[in-house]
Ligand binder design. Structure first.
Ligand code: FAD
Ligand code: NAD
Length: 470
């Protein structure tokens, strides 16, 4: 029998949380292994999440632009047609390039890669955590770690009554690879996935019906933002229904049927179920180290990302918090720094979020509703993109930037944006919040002209009622 390999750090899962944690651990001189069950590294984000969805969002937006928006720039094009196979092939090439890149990074950092399902087995006599790795062919190896980082991420959640065939009634993974444009698509859930992937297929020509339980789309956003996006999505041709609880969906011959409380059944070609994601803890062996999960199945951790089992940590989607790739990455760095140096830090008050619809939505910090509920006094400055020179040149003037600052200290508490490329603009707000900036600090910074960033400056000036261009 070959000797059991021993590591300082074993990471289970090679998504943005896991592979980043492994690289940082290796940089700190720790002997590190990374276990991943899929042949390609990069996790949900690279394989079936952030990256393929953004590739399709970009391509579908170009298609729409060529069809309907280039003419306003005086660029006349005719005969625009969709080559879906080519669009999908481009997406796959981007994904493969990036997943291969992660494999290169693990190799470069001398991280041992183990392909197979990782499971906690318990502790050896030396106190180290024993982990089995089961490959697809059923062969099993065992390794041990002084420290283990659980970074197993999440998968598509479903609802009782939904008969998923994982093709025509499927989740986001299927919706990233459909071979033809559905004539009529029903999206269940108007959250981030529903509206991003709904946008892709809406732009490519599907009639898209969205059924949402809440009274507005993107219900996690600041109320003013999600109310505005409700108008925007309706204008884009989405058939939106709110306050609807979906109770069933199934394939029925050549069609699919969706049922909801108080609604006639809807017949359509495909169904995208986008009602959230659930943590991956099945057959992870948590019980072998007496690690308990929360009611929602996530793994609770302390301030240093340690679970109830000493030396076993959890990061990313499998632990509580917003399911975002960059949150997982930050935790990946921090947990390895904690293991390697005794100190790790994530500023949870300044984790941005971006929805890659058109226009984009971006936010960092607290919403107006959260501030009101917490009884925190605030002042608000808002400025639209409509008068901004760069937005006019782009031909994308929908949206605004809203800055919420403490009424007494002027410290920025939240920034909410709808508009062109606000997924990039939000970095300025995140940086400001990370450095505990006031709205006055942002207002006093020289912003290049003509740029979209000038709207952020004007919103900061508006907190004090002195925006220049309104
Ligand atoms: P994951 O990326 O899920 O990685 C976990 C890895 O662990 C997987 O590779 C899995 O195969 C592996 N694994 C699980 N169990 C085991 C086991 N027992 N043994 C071995 N390996 C195992 N977030 C953003 O910030 N921006 C976006 O634009 C964005 N877009 C998204 C679009 C879609 C369609 C989806 C579905 C998600 C999107 N997300 C986005 C969310 C983002 O993908 C996740 O928050 C992020 O991937 C979480 O990273 P993670 O490392 O925690 O887990
Ligand atoms: P979500 O939580 O964003 O949205 C799910 C929606 O489904 C909610 O609006 C909810 O009210 C609705 N819903 C739930 N049950 C329902 C029912 N029975 N009938 C009708 N509607 C119902 O979840 P998601 O869109 O699946 O995304 C999952 C996670 O992935 C999110 O946490 C998100 O952070 C992450 N993600 C992020 C990005 C990004 O950062 N751009 C993109 C995609 C996904």
């Amino acid at each position: 029998m070959s000797e059991i390999q021993q590591y300082d750090v074993v990471v289970i899962g090679a998504g943005p949380g896991g592979y980043v944690a492994a690289i940082r651990a290796a940089q700190l001189g720790l002997h590190t292994a990374c276990i991943e069950k899929e042949p390609a590294l990069g996790g949900t984000c690279l394989r079936v999440g952030c990256i393929p969805s953004k590739a399709l969002l970009e391509s579908s937006e170009r298609f729409l632009e060529a069809q309907s928006h280039l003419a306003e720039h005086g660029v006349d094009v005719s005969g625009v047609s969709l080559n879906l196979d080519k669009m999908m092939a481009r997406k796959t090439k981007i994904v493969t390039g990036l997943t291969d890149g992660v494999a290169f990074l693990l190799k470069k950092n001398k991280i041992d890669r183990h392909t197979g399902h990782g499971k906690l087995l318990g502790r050896g006599e030396d106190g180290q955590v024993r982990i089995s790795v089961t490959a697809d062919d059923g062969s099993e190896t065992e390794i041990t770690g002084k420290n283990v980082i659980l970074a197993t991420g999440s998968s598509v959640a479903t609802l009782p009554g939904l008969e998923m065939d994982w093709d025509r009634v499927g989740g986001s993974t299927e919706a990233l690879s459909w071979p033809e444009v559905p004539k009529h698509l029903v999206v269940i859930g108007a959250g981030v996935i529903g509206m991003e992937l709904g946008s892709v297929w809406n732009r490519l020509g599907s009639q898209v019906t969205v059924l949402e339980y809440a009274d507005r789309p993107l219900p996690g956003q600041d109320l003013e933002v999600s109310k505005r996006m409700k108008r925007v999505f309706k204008k884009q041709g989405f058939d939106m229904h709110f306050g609807v609880r979906v109770t069933g969906a199934r394939v029925d011959g050549d069609s699919c049927i969706v049922e909801a409380d108080g609604q006639d059944p809807i017949t359509c070609d495909r169904v995208l179920v986008a009602v959230g994601r659930k943590p991956n803890t099945v057959n992870l062996g948590l019980e072998n180290l007496q690690i308990e999960t929360s009611k929602r199945g996530r793994i609770p951790v302390d301030g240093n990302w340690m679970t109830s089992a000493p030396g076993v940590f959890a990061i990313g989607d499998v632990k509580p918090g917003p399911m975002l790739a960059h949150r997982a990455e930050e935790e990946g760095v921090a947990v390895s720094e904690f293991i390697g140096t005794g100190h790790g830090h994530v500023d949870y008050s300044a984790i941005p979020g971006v929805v890659y619809t058109e226009p984009e939505v971006a936010a960092v910090g607290q919403t107006e509703e959260q501030l009101k509920e917490a009884g925190i006094p605030y002042r608000k400055g808002s400025f639209p993109f409509a008068p901004n020179a760069r937005a006019k040149a782009l031909g994308q003037t929908e949206g605004f930037v809203k800055i919420l600052a403490h009424a007494e200290t002027d410290r920025v508490l939240g920034v909410h944006m709808i508009g062109p490329r606000v997924g990039e603009l939000i970095v300025e707000a995140t940086m400001a919040m990370s450095f505990s900036a006031s709205s006055e600090d942002i207002a006093r910074i020289c912003h290049a002209h003509p740029t979209l960033h000038e709207v952020v400056k004007e919103a900061a000036l508006a907190v004090d009622g002195r925006a220049i261009h309104s």
